[in-house]
Design a protein around this ligand. Structure first.
Ligand code: GTP
Ligand code: SPV
Ligand code: MN
Length: 595
């Protein structure tokens, strides 16, 4: 296929990639509905996907059982020196990594088509938007990119003859020899998977996986790892944050950006359905925020994506009705169960489990089966515009002004429901020491407590010590206009393992307290770890929550916090002289306050 682009660099890179990967054909994606329909029909015909009778224009994919989530162990930040990648990233020398990967890329698209996907992260024309070009040999990736990003010819128009783009080379790593039959989900074995980033060159090379953030390169690779490195150089922020707008009964708007680790509640909070009278919520984004200081000195955020790649299990009309309404049609499902009447199902779905289904591995399933019907990291890919509570301003070119930052994670104990930072430095300390139990969003052990600063451990494209410093620099620039910072934990459990807090839509009560703090309506009580709601200020109207559960949710376990200080010290020590002195100072203050 002839190139539709006038961009010299782009055409050259496509030619070079084709020479290396040796595809049978090259296809340039135009982003049209016709193109999407043609590709899904092609995948139905080849047996790669199953059309769902119950959901118009929706499809179920089953991945290879070895390729079900991000692979942090195989993800690399390849900077010229190891120290630039820092202690939280895997590092291989760029020359060595490129040589290894070129070995794999050589001939890797034989028997397949190479698709060229021009995409924009951010609304086309936004001052914050960036253009990427993904080359891939996966049609699943092409169709997902259609939903998750803005794909097509208009991106090439913006790029013009000499515009800048971020090259993203992807291959599933499964060439087809002559006469070889394809499988439904081709991919390479784990030890051949590489998710590589070259931040100095704004370059992404991914090999061997077709799943999620490993393969949809606009998301974690571009919009977080590469963008975080660019943002630091250029003085803005790329964060693993949802964005939502809350409007109080008087009509005042608050914009909230919250960073929770993967599978810790961003999509759910982003589509919040407030249970408190008179408050309204709108969704702007559910996973990533790009933020820049505007002409008025406030911090403005855009959602660089255009779809949701959401965790399926646990999603229901009960927990997240807006997500359920977003996935009624035009949705790609991956690793969900298939019901006999042609719908999807997963653990935590509304109503009774189906008497019979086909599980995510394609095997017979009944409620008596030991195995899960859906993989814990099963996902839906749905257009953001289908969300009933999407904000009319979600594609505003200049973004929305952020009033509140929230950090958090999944912790069965220690962390109370909510506390507030006393100032920016304290807030950065809270973000930098955030900890959470690991989830199925990454291949590896689930439920291990780890430090996950700013929910960015798997996504920071440079030395995290420098990233902490960048947060201080941004705070210094924002001054009095900086967002207020809070920390939440929806996941505290009772000794017998039950959630103490009802969560989901009831989280609106906690957000209300934050907004009331920002508008000066309520005071707070000081505790050794920060500011907390005074008696009666957390609106619990209509909620019956046992007094002892509430007490536990709000308890600052001083002994437990003290016991964690050595772990925080160990965590900070990893950064050596890259740890900002202001963080060490905050730790000292905390230790003093804990007594
Ligand atoms: P990524 O897409 O991986 O970044 O995840 P996410 O942060 O968007 O998490 P998501 O909202 O998809 O939630 C992940 C899991 O946590 C789902 O199973 C939810 O049902 C569950 N969850 C979300 N919010 C709450 C909450 O307030 N309380 C409890 N107990 N569970 C929650
Ligand atoms: C996450 O793991 O934080 C996700 C899913 O949002 S993935 O796109 O696979 O990274
Ligand atoms: Mn995420």
């Amino acid at each position: 296929m002839k190139t539709p682009s006038m961009n010299v660099k782009l055409n050259q890179w496509v030619q070079e990639s084709a020479a290396l990967c040796q595809p049978d054909n090259i296809y340039w994606c135009d982003g049209s509905v016709e193109e999407y329909n043609r590709f899904t029909a092609q995948m139905v015909a080849s047996g790669m996907t199953i059309p769902l009778k119950k959901r118009p224009n929706s499809f179920l994919f089953r991945s290879d059982p070895s390729d079900v989530a991000r692979v942090e162990d195989r993800t690399y930040i390849s900077t010229p020196t190891k120290v630039e990648a820092g202690p939280t990233n895997n590092w291989i020398d760029p020359g060595e990594l490129k040589a290894t990967m070129k070995g794999f890329y050589k001939g890797c698209m034989r028997g397949r088509t190479m698709y060229v996907i021009p995409f924009s992260m951010g609304p086309v024309g936004s001052p914050l938007a960036k253009i990427g070009i993904e080359i891939t040999d996966s049609l699943y990736v092409v169709c997902n990119m259609h939903i998750m990003t803005r794909v097509g010819t208009r991106v090439l128009d913006v790029l013009g003859k000499d515009g800048e783009f971020i090259p993203c080379l992807h291959s599933i790593g499964a060439p087809l020899e002559k006469g070889q039959k394809d499988v439904p989900w081709p991919c390479a074995p784990i030890e051949q998977k590489y998710i590589s980033h070259f931040p100095q060159e704004n370059l992404i090379w991914s090999y061997g996986s077709g799943y999620g953030g490993n393969a949809l390169l606009g998301k974690k690779c571009l919009a977080l790892r590469i963008a975080s490195a660019v943002a630091r150089r250029e003085g803005w922020m790329a964060e693993h944050m949802l964005i939502l707008r809350l409007t109080n009964p008087e009509g005042r708007r608050f914009h909230i950006a919250a960073a929770f680790p993967s599978a810790c509640g961003k999509t759910n909070l982003a589509m919040l359905n407030p249970t408190i009278a008179g408050w309204k919520a709108e969704c702007i984004g559910d996973d990533i925020a790009w933020m820049k200081i505007g002409p008025d000195g406030r911090l403005y955020a855009i959602n660089p994506e255009s779809g949701f790649f959401g965790v399926a299990p646990g999603t229901s009309y009960d927990s997240n009705p807006s997500a359920m309404d977003s996935i009624k049609a035009n949705t790609i499902f991956t690793n969900c169960a298939l019901t006999d009447d042609g719908d999807i199902w997963w653990e935590g779905f509304d109503g009774k489990p189906p008497a019979h289904a086909i599980d995510w591995k394609g095997k017979e399933w009944t409620p008596a089966s030991k195995a899960e019907a859906a993989h814990p990291n099963a996902r839906f890919t749905a257009p953001a515009k289908q969300c009933p509570v999407i904000s009319p301003d979600w594609e505003k070119l200049e973004g929305v002004p952020i009033d509140i930052f929230i950090f958090g994670g999944r912790r069965a104990s220690v962390m109370p429901l909510v506390h507030e930072a006393t100032n920016w430095d304290h807030g950065v300390f809270m973000g930098s020491t955030a900890a959470s139990e690991t989830t199925a969003a990454n291949i590896g052990a689930v439920g291990n407590l780890r430090r996950d600063p700013f929910a960015m451990t798997p996504f920071c494209g440079y030395n995290m010590g420098d990233y902490f410093k960048h947060w201080f620099d941004m705070g210094d620039k924002l001054g009095a206009k900086a967002p207020r910072i809070f920390y939440v934990n929806w996941f505290r459990k009772s000794p017998d393992g039950k959630w103490l807090w009802p969560g989901y839509s009831e989280n609106s009560r906690v957000l209300k307290w934050m907004c009331d703090r920002v508008s000066g309506k309520v005071g707070a009580r000081e505790t050794p770890i920060g500011l907390m709601p005074q008696e009666g200020h957390l609106d619990l109207t209509g909620l019956s929550i046992p007094a002892q559960d509430l007490a536990e949710l709000m308890r600052v376990d001083v002994a437990a916090f003290k016991a964690e200080v050595p772990d925080v010290e160990k965590h900070f020590n990893r950064f050596g002289d890259r740890l900002p002195a202001r963080l060490a100072a905050q730790l000292k203050l905390l230790v003093q306050r804990l007594g």
